[in-house]
Design a protein around this ligand. Structure first.
Ligand code: PRX
Length: 629
C-alpha cells in the first residue's frame, strides 16, 4: 500500500552518511571481509591484524593477531583530539539533578575505578558481576572492568536474588560491584540487600564493592557492611593509589569482553560471550551508519545498561563514536507522564532510541503530554526489542517525530551483539518492519533444509555468514552453542525467530519459535518462570505461556498444579506472583494464574504449552497425537 511507504525526506537524505543502501550492500556482499576490515580500520589498534576472519564453523575469529582494548577506543583515543573537552555523558537523576562528564572526566573516573578494582585484586580474565542502578557509575564500573581486561557480567537491577545468585555462580565471579540501592519512582531498590543474600551462597565471591547512591540522599538508611568483604567505593577511590595512571590492558582481539546471561529454551540462563575486537567493530559501525551520529548530536537510549541494548548502545557504541549521550535514572512517568518529553526539550536530544512497549505505554496517556514540549531538536528515532505494531509506529512518527524523523526499527539479539536488520536513514520505511539486513550481514528466511521460502510465507530467520560482533560461544558450553544456534537448519545460524519477506525483500518478524516470551521487550524463558513457581512450597507443577498484551506485547499466564493440602484462592495467587517477583524478577510476575488439576503432556512427559495457548486464544488445537491422554 502506497501510504505505508515512508521514503526518506530530502533533508534526511542530504545529511545521510550512506546515500544508497543498494550500493553499499552490494559492495559489502561482494567482499564482506574487506567491508568489515575497512570499518575496523577507522578504530585504533595497538597491533594490526594479520588475518580478518578465521571461520571454522560454527566458531569464528575476527581480526586475528590484532591487539586492542575497546575502552581505548571509547575514551583514550578522544583525549588526543578536541573531543577531550566534549561532553560524553549528561546524567539526570529522578529528582532532576545533573552530573555531566566530559571525555576527559569520564576517562579520569574510569581510570580511578579501574585502580580500585586492581586494589581489590582484580586481574585480566577475572569475571566481575555488576549489579547497579542507572547512575553514571554503572557505566564507569563496566568500562573499568574492560579497561583492566576483566570480563564483566552485568545483571539487570530488576533481577532478584535467585537470578543474581545463579549468574554469579555460573561466571564464578570473584568480585561483585553494586550500589547501596537505586531510586525508581521515588522508592529505594535495595540492591545491596539482594547482593548480600545472593553472595551468602556464592563461594567464589571475595569482595563486594559498594557505590553510594541512596544513602547520599537518605543518610537514615543503614546499609550493613561485612568486614573484610564489603568496601565502600568512595573510601577506596579517595586513596592515593586510585589516582595513579592505569593504561588500558592490551587485549587480543579475541579475548573475552563480557558475558551476558539471557533466556532460552533451557531453564538455566545462557552466558553469551562477546570479545573485544569484533564486538567493538560491530558496535561502532552500526551505530555510526544507522543513527548517522554527528558530533553536534545528543543521543539518548532509554534502555538500561543491564541489557544488551544498553551494553552496545549505551556503554560502548556512543563513546566509540565520540558522541554525547543522555542517561536518565528513573521512571518514565515520574513525576508526570511527560518526563521523557521534558528531558528531550530541556537537553536538546536529537536521537531517541526506545522500545515499542515504552512507546505504547506513553501513548496511552494521550498527545497532550508530548504536545506541551518543544520536540523540534529530534532528528531521528529508534526502536528495539520486539516487533513494533504499525499503530505505535505511526504515533511515534507523527506525535513525537512530527513526521520529520525517520524511525530506525533495529532487529538484533543479545547473541548478535549489534544491529543485524535495520534501515539506514536513506532507506524507505514501512511501519512494522526493520526493513533489510545491514550491509555485510547475510540473512534470509528459509525452511528446515535451508532453502529460501517463497515471498510472503513464514520460515526460519537465519544468518548465513559470520559477522564480527557475533557471540563466540556460550560461556563454558560450546556444545550447547552448537546445538542451540547451529543445528536446526544445516550450515546457518538460527535466530529463534520466525519471519517472512515481502515483495521488496523487507523482513517482517512474526515472533519467537522457541519457549521465549518477550514481556515489555524483556526476554524471559518459560522454563525460568516455571521453575520459580515450582520453588514455592504450594506448587507441584507449572506451565507458562505468553498471551498478547496491549502495552507489554505479551503477558504471562501460568497454569499451576498445587501440592496436596494447599487451597486455591486469590491469596495464594498473589503469593505466587510475589514469589516469582522476589525470586526471578518483577517483570516475570504472571498476569494471570489458573489453578488446574493436570497439565497437558506428551507421552514422554513434556508439557504441551502449545495446547494451553491455543485453548486460551480460542484457536484450533492442532495435532494432539503425542498427547498423553
Ligand atoms: O525476537 C526478536 C526480538 O528480540 C529477540 C532478541 O531478544 P534480546 O536478546 O533480549 O535482545 C533484545 C534487544 C536487541 C529477537 O530474537 N526483537 C528484537 N528487536 C526486534 C525484535 N523483533 C522485531 N523487531 C525488532 N526490531
Amino acid at each position: 500500500m502506497e501510504q505505508d511507504l515512508y521514503p526518506p525526506s530530502a533533508e534526511t537524505l542530504e545529511g545521510a552518511r550512506i546515500k544508497s543502501y543498494d550500493e553499499v550492500s552490494k559492495r559489502a556482499a561482494a567482499d564482506p571481509e574487506d567491508y568489515w576490515a575497512r570499518e575496523a580500520s577507522e578504530l585504533e589498534w595497538f597491533e594490526p591484524w594479520t588475518q580478518v576472519l578465521d571461520w571454522q564453523p560454527p566458531f569464528a575469529q575476527w581480526f586475528l593477531g590484532a591487539r586492542c582494548n575497546i575502552v581505548h577506543n571509547c575514551l583514550d583515543r578522544h583525549l588526543k583530539t578536541w573531543r577531550r573537552n566534549k561532553l560524553a555523558l549528561i546524567w539526570e537523576s529522578e529528582t532532576g539533578e545533573h552530573r555531566n562528564f566530559s571525555y576527559f572526566a569520564l576517562h579520569r573516573e574510569v581510570t580511578r575505578f579501574a585502580n580500585v578494582l586492581k586494589s581489590l585484586g582484580a586481574r585480566k580474565g577475572d569475571r566481575i558481576t555488576v549489579y547497579m542502578p542507572r547512575i553514571p557509575e554503572q557505566l564507569i564500573a563496566i568500562l573499568a572492568c574492560a579497561r583492566i581486561g576483566a570480563i564483566h557480567s552485568v545483571i539487570f537491577g530488576g533481577f532478584s536474588v535467585d537470578a543474581l545468585h545463579e549468574r554469579i555462580m555460573d561466571a564464578e565471579s570473584r568480585l561483585v560491584i553494586t550500589a547501596d540501592g537505586g531510586f525508581m519512582n521515588e522508592k529505594v531498590v535495595p540492591l545491596k540487600e539482594m547482593v548480600d543474600q545472593a553472595v551468602r551462597k556464592s563461594p567464589s565471591v571475595e569482595a563486594v564493592l559498594v557505590v553510594r547512591r541512596v544513602t547520599q540522599q537518605r543518610p537514615d538508611l543503614k546499609i550493613p557492611m561485612e568486614q573484610g568483604r564489603d568496601f565502600w567505593y568512595d573510601e577506596l577511590a579517595a586513596l592515593p593509589i586510585a589516582t595513579r595512571p592505569c593504561p588500558c590492558e592490551p587485549m587480543d582481539s579475541e579475548d573475552p569482553l563480557f558475558i551476558l546471561y539471557t533466556s532460552g529454551t533451557t531453564g538455566r540462563p545462557k552466558g553469551i560471550l562477546h570479545v573485544h575486537g569484533g564486538y567493538m567493530v560491530g558496535a561502532y559501525s552500526t551505530f555510526k551508519n544507522v543513527f548517522d551520529i554527528r558530533d553536534e548530536d545528543r543521543y539518548w537510549c532509554t534502555a538500561d545498561a543491564g541489557w544488551v541494548t544498553g551494553h552496545t548502545y549505551i556503554v560502548y557504541a556512543p563513546f566509540l563514536t565520540g558522541a554525547t549521550q543522555v542517561m536518565y535514572e528513573g521512571a518514565p512517568s515520574f513525576p508526570y507522564p511527560d518526563r521523557w518529553w521534558s528531558i528531550i526539550s530541556r537537553l536538546g536530544v536529537n536521537i531517541l532510541y526506545s522500545t515499542p512497549t515504552a512507546i505504547r505505554g506513553l501513548m496511552r496517556y494521550g498527545e497532550a503530554w508530548p504536545d506541551r514540549h518543544d520536540l523540534s531538536s529530534l532528528r531521528l528515532l529508534g526502536s528495539v526489542g520486539e516487533p513494533i505494531n504499525p499503530e505505535a509506529w505511526r504515533w511515534f512518527h507523527r506525535v513525537i517525530g512530527k513526521e520529520r524523523c525517520p524511525i530506525m526499527d533495529t532487529w538484533w539479539q543479545t547473541e548478535t551483539g549489534s544491529f543485524m536488520i535495520s534501515p539506514l536513514p536513506c532507506v524507505a520505511l514501512k511501519p512494522g518492519t526493520a526493513t533489510r539486513p545491514l550491509p555485510g550481514i547475510d540473512m534470509d528466511v528459509v525452511d528446515e533444509h535451508g532453502n529460501p521460502v517463497p515471498q510472503g510465507q513464514d520460515g526460519y530467520l537465519v544468518i548465513r555468514k559470520p559477522w564480527p560482533s557475533m557471540l563466540r560461544t556460550l560461556y563454558k558450553n560450546p556444545d550447547l552453542y552448537k546445538q542451540v544456534y547451529w543445528s536446526k537448519v544445516p550450515g546457518v545460524y538460527t535466530t529463534g525467530d520466525s519471519a517472512r519477506k515481502d515483495e521488496d525483500g523487507y523482513i517482517w518478524v512474526v515472533g519467537r519459535m522457541d519457549d521465549v516470551i518477550k514481556v515489555s521487550g524483556y526476554r524471559l524463558g518459560t522454563a525460568e518462570v516455571e521453575s520459580a513457581l515450582v520453588s514455592h512450597p504450594a506448587v507441584a507443577e507449572a506451565a507458562c505461556i505468553g498471551l498478547p498484551h496491549e502495552v507489554k506485547g505479551n503477558s504471562i499466564k501460568a497454569f499451576v498444579v498445587l501440592r496436596e493440602g494447599h487451597e486455591a484462592g486469590p491469596e495464594l495467587e498473589d503469593e505466587l506472583r510475589d514469589h516469582v517477583g522476589t525470586h526471578l524478577s518483577k517483570i516475570a510476575r504472571p498476569d494471570a494464574i489458573e489453578i488446574v488439576d493436570k497439565l497437558p503432556k506428551t507421552r514422554s512427559g513434556k508439557i504441551m504449552r502449545r495446547l494451553l495457548k491455543a485453548k486460551e486464544l480460542g484457536q484450533p488445537i492442532g495435532d494432539t497425537s503425542t498427547l498423553e491422554d
